[in-house]
Design a protein around this ligand. Structure first.
Ligand code: DX5
Ligand code: ZN
Length: 239
């Protein structure tokens, strides 16, 4: 009986929830950040994806609190903060204060992941866990029920504009199957190398939130690209 209700819930979620598009401001023009933020505000995008890199967890440094606070000042949509930093527990409170709605930490960066997730929830933010391409989704078995979101990396984190890793599709399918039993409301986000060529497959596999940096900001019309990504009809049922 419980299985039946979970099935109905999943089907209804598939019918009523359209996939979300989260443009990554890593690919924005930082000399014209306000302009690019206002473009996203006016577009059909759902979230701002904010990539924080520390030069230790990943071989690149992006930006920190001053930039994030400036984004917050103009953004009219939720900030989805992806922390690619070691020991993220040191900064959860500050990212929440800086305006995050969702805070995602890497599985590979947390010794006490459950505690970090608790501390994210204590700030009132949604809690996400990101998996590098080599990290199996099965490792989340004992924490899946406590999460709002899992971010499946479809490139090795550190840089925008990389090529999508095809095995990501298998990971998304496996995670959706796990979630249908343990946490049917879980959001599955995919990040890296996403464009019109693979977005449909990912939504069909069970992805809810698609991050796009290069595909949006390198397009002739970023707002039109977002609209196309949003429009892409992939069928509705996500299982
Ligand atoms: C990579 C970042 C991504 C990146 C996506 O480490 O987490 O969010 O900005 O950019 P594209 O869509 O260009 O691969
Ligand atoms: Zn990201």
């Amino acid at each position: 009986m419980r299985g039946f209700f979970i099935y109905i819930f999943t089907v209804l979620t598939g019918i009523f929830m359209k996939h979300l598009i989260a443009p990554s401001i890593l690919s924005a023009d930082f000399a014209n950040l306000q302009r690019d933020i206002e473009m996203i505000n006016a577009s059909e995008a759902d979230w701002f994806h904010v990539d924080i890199m520390d030069g230790v967890f990943v071989p690149n440094i992006s930006f920190g609190f001053p930039v994030m606070e400036s984004v917050k000042k103009y953004a009219e949509k939720p900030l989805d903060v992806h922390l690619m930093i070691v020991k993220p527990e040191r900064y959860i409170e500050r990212f929440a204060q800086a305006g995050a709605a969702v805070i995602t930490v890497h599985y590979e960066a947390c010794k006490h992941l459950h505690r970090v997730v608790q501390s994210i929830h204590a700030t009132g933010c949604k809690a996400g866990v990101a998996l590098n391409p080599h990290t199996p989704v099965s490792l989340l078995k004992d924490i899946l029920a406590d999460l709002d979101l899992v971010l499946v990396m479809s490139v090795n984190p550190g840089f925008g504009g990389q090529q999508f890793i095809p095995n990501t599709l298998n990971k998304v399918r496996e995670l959706r199957a796990m979630a249908s039993l343990q946490n049917p409301g879980l959001l599955i986000e995919v990040d890296g190398g996403i464009g019109l060529h693979n977005l449909g497959m990912l939504v069909e596999a069970g992805a809810d939130v698609l991050v796009a940096g290069n595909a949006v900001f390198a397009a002739a019309s970023p707002a039109e690209m977002i609209a196309e990504m949003k429009r892409l009809d992939t069928g509705t049922v996500q299982l």
